[in-house]
Structures are given as C-alpha cells and as structure tokens.
Design a protein around this ligand. Structure first.
Ligand SMILES: Nc1nc2c(ncn2[C@@H]2O[C@H](COP(=O)(O)OP(=O)(O)OP(=O)(O)O)[C@@H](O)[C@H]2O)c(=O)[nH]1
Ligand SMILES: [Mg+2]
Length: 461
C-alpha cells in the first residue's frame, strides 16, 4: 500500500533521535495551515517515552503546539491547540483548535465545533475535545471516544488503525509579519475603490453580441458546494444587504431541485444587470441520482425553462416544437462555472470526478467557456478564516487551487477562490472583492465564447 511505503520511508529518515518524522514538504503544508510559523520539535514519543510525565516535562508552558501522530497503516494525523498545556484540570475553550489528517499530500482540517471545549488540560496525555486521545493510557494508541466536539470520521482520518508508531509534539512559533504585498501569489487590491471599480465594470458590461442582452452563466457542482450561495452572495452585493432568495443549506441530497435562472438587479429599484446566474441541482456520484448529464446538455443548449423540476430518474424532454429548432444564442449558456468546495477536493470520489469529466467533455464539445469557483476557503484554512486578505498569502490555498486544477483538468488561472456569504448579517469588503473579481472573470470568459461564435451565428453590429 502506498501509505505504508511512505511511512517506511519516513521511519528510515528519522534515525537521529531528535529528528522529526515529517518530510520538508509536509512541514511546509502544516505551516501553511497556521500562517507564518516555524515548527520546532519538543517531544518525540519513541525517544522520550509514551508516559504522560515525559510529555508534560517537555510540552508544558510552551504556547501553541501541533501534535503529529503516525500509525501502522501510514496515516499522518494530529491536532493543533493555541493554548498551553499546564495540567490545570481546566476545560479549554479555543476556537482555533483543529484536528488534521494528510489526505495524499495535503492536510485536511477539522475545526472544533462551536460551543464545544477544545480539550481538557489534565495531567494525562493530550486529548482533543475529550474525544480523541493520543497515547491513551501511556500506550502507543489513539482512542476515539464518541463525542461531538469534532466531526471525526476515523476511517478517513487514520484508516481506523489505532496503533501508533510515533507521536510528536511541535512548538508553533509565529514569525514576524513580512509585507503582504510582496508575497501575494495573485494580486488583489482589498480596497473599497477596487470594489466600486469592479461593480462599475460589471454594471457597464455589454455582451459582445448585440442579440444577447444578458450573458447566461451556469453553475454546476456537487451537492452543497455553494452554487445557490454564490447567487445569493452576488445578489446581496448589488442589493446592498444580505439576501437569501435561493434556498441554501445542507442536506444529504441536493437542496436545489429546480432549474432556476436568476437575474440580478442593480439595487432594489434598479435595472437588471447584464448577466443571469443559472442554478442547478447538485451532482451526485451515483448514476440516477442528482443532476443528470443529459439534462445538463439540454440546459447548455437553452432548451430548459426556468423552474423546471429535475427528475433524476427521467431526463428532460423538450416540447416537440422547440426540440426541432435550435435555441437562439441568447437562450444558450455562455459560461459554465464548476462550483467546488475547497474542503472536499481531496475527498472527491473517482466516480464524481468522472462525472464532472464527462460534463467537461460535453461543454468542451460546444466550445463554451469554463471556470472553477472554489468555495469555502474560510473553512479550508484557519488562517484565511481569521483574515480573508491572507487568501493569496496562503500556500495551503495555493495547493488546493493546484489540486482542483489537476483533478478537473482546467488551468490554474481559471480557478477562482471565494468565500460566499453564509452566516454573516452584513456585507464585508474583502468578501465582496473576491466575489466580484470572480463574476467579472466569468463575464470576460463569456465574452471570449461569444467572440468565438459570433462570426458563425450572429454578427456584431
Ligand atoms: N463557510 C462557508 N460556507 C459556505 C460557503 N458557501 C456555501 N456555504 C454553506 O454551505 C452550505 C451549502 O450551500 P448551498 O449554496 O446550499 O450549496 P448548493 O451547491 O446550492 O447545494 P445543493 O443545492 O444542495 O446542491 C450552506 O450551509 C452554505 O451556507 C462558503 O464560501 N463558506
Ligand atoms: Mg443549491
């Protein structure tokens, strides 16, 4: 098994007693989760012993720490806490606490659920939420007590293999801040001026082809990825307040069951803006569940009416009369947006990936412009959750963008990370800048498509 091999290699690397068992790449990935930090090894169970006294002697009063455990199946996982170990016996509230597990090259985070304690600061070995116990009972094992502090899936997290081969604790040291502007991997101006400029560009945008007054942007993606929320977020920005016209939320299957085409107005009494966002039902990995490829094909070609109720067991049948003539350019889709949840990229199943690939083939064959909207960047990275402006400083987000680009086979430049409005009661400048940047890019892409087809279908005047 791949994981086993990797772990054997890591073990071989750690011959020196105080050498850490993570590779340089893994260290970088872990640091990226925490911002500009440095990790220094405080405790290594195979060297210092699995006893709680050995752990506390080295790890108490050290400030924020990161625990990294390794098991026999090759899983690397652990947790971060920003509060010192002191053996106080207190329940610790610490919203920045999270568990993680490497899924391939990337660590995936599980934050502490709100309203729960991060851990108990007792004299035993470390626990997270009194739920996940590392080196339980001074033994090389991890124990998962059922609890609600963390939504842990032990199969994904450590392959249900509780036997540890190693447990390390690192001190997390914050590095002095370096000027943000030099390190952003994409340039964004987080200013009110930039927001106003983007809103102006969108307002004044005119599709390249005169017969098309509003470009139609189709959102496709797995259940719960944030398709409806993206429309709500864009609508909120132009309405100047948080709106929730499209139903959003979480359920096992898609909450959106109808095809909806949403125009957006420029303010309550304002004119319609030059785009329409088309919301669909979520994709599911099984055949016969969720949005169907045949239906997508009908939507792309402009045959499906607003409010059409999807039926995963039978495909859309256009009225005979309509089916016989092709829809006009203005009714067709001009840009397809794949909406992907940043926290689920590494967990995407092969079946779902294949389903998206077949949608891509269809969209490609029609020559329609495509973009990826990577949502929930706040949930994916604690550093970004704290400050959205650190998005393009985060090498973790950068690696997610690269991963989604290679899984979906789209260029990195076509992946746009955003945070949708989800629990906020008020608009927020940084969110707006990202969302508007993404929308503006969609309009540009739609223009490229129109430019491509106008010579054949509809000459510009
Ligand atoms: N933190 C955070 N939550 C988000 C974001 N985008 C969406 N959500 C939340 O994710 C959940 C699902 O969002 P929806 O917009 O309903 O997702 P959808 O893609 O329309 O899902 P279906 O219609 O069920 O296929 C909701 O609870 C949203 O509030 C985001 O960028 N950040
Ligand atoms: Mg929806």
């Amino acid at each position: 098994m791949q994981r086993k091999k990797m772990h054997q290699r890591l073990k071989n690397l750690s011959v020196a007693p105080q050498t850490s068992s993570i590779t340089e790449e893994q260290r970088k990935q872990l640091c990226a989760l925490l911002g500009d930090v440095e990790l220094s090894l405080l405790y290594k169970a195979s060297v210092h012993g699995y006893q709680d006294s050995a752990f506390h002697q080295r790890c108490d009063h050290q400030g924020p720490t990161l625990l990294v455990a390794y098991n026999h199946s090759g899983y690397i996982f652990g947790g971060y806490t920003s509060v010192d170990y002191t053996q106080s016996g207190q329940y610790i509230t610490d919203e920045s606490t999270f568990l993680f597990s490497f899924q391939g090259k990337i660590p995936v985070c599980i934050k502490v659920n709100s309203g729960h304690y991060a851990r108990v600061d007792d004299a035993g070995m470390p626990n997270f939420g009194q739920q996940l116990y590392f080196c339980y009972n001074n033994q090389p094992v991890v124990l998962n007590q059922r609890g609600n502090a963390f939504s842990v899936n032990t199969t994904t997290m450590y392959g249900n293999d509780s036997r540890l081969t190693e447990c390390e604790v690192y001190k997390v040291k914050q590095m002095p801040q370096i000027s943000a502007i030099h390190k952003q991997w994409r340039n964004v101006l987080w200013t009110a001026n930039r927001r106003a400029q983007l809103m102006g560009l969108i307002r004044n945008y005119k599709p390249l082809v005169t017969s098309v007054s509003r470009v139609r942007i189709l959102m496709i993606g797995p259940v719960g990825a944030g398709k409806s929320s993206f429309f709500n977020s864009i609508n909120s920005i132009f309405m100047g307040r948080i709106t929730s016209k499209a139903m959003s939320g979480s359920a096992g299957t898609s909450l959106t069951t109808q095809f909806r085409t949403y125009p957006v107005k420029d303010g309550r009494e304002g004119k319609p803006l030059p785009f329409v966002l088309c919301d669909t039902m979520g994709l599911e990995e099984q055949t016969g569940a969720g949005l169907d490829i045949e239906d997508i094909s009908s939507i792309l070609q402009g045959h499906v009416p607003d409010r059409y109720k999807f039926n995963p067991t039978s495909v859309f049948q256009p009225e005979e009369q309509k089916a016989s003539r092709p829809a006009s350019l203005k009714e067709k889709i001009h840009c397809v947006v794949y909406v992907i949840d940043a926290t689920k990229i590494s967990l995407m199943s092969d079946k779902l990936q294949e389903k998206i690939a077949s949608v891509r083939r269809k969209v490609n064959s029609l020559g329609i412009a495509q973009i990826v909207l990577m949502t929930k960047v706040d949930e994916a990275c604690p550093q970004v959750e704290e400050n959205l402006q650190s998005l393009y400083l985060s090498s973790y987000i950068k690696s997610k963008v690269q991963e989604v680009s290679s899984r979906l086979g789209v260029p990195v430049s076509c992946v746009l990370p955003v945070k949708n409005y989800s629990q906020e009661l008020e608009l927020e400048l940084n969110c707006d800048v990202l969302l508007l940047t993404a929308l503006q890019q969609m309009l540009n892409f739609a223009d490229d498509y129109l430019d491509d087809v106008c010579s054949m279908e509809d000459k510009p005047k």
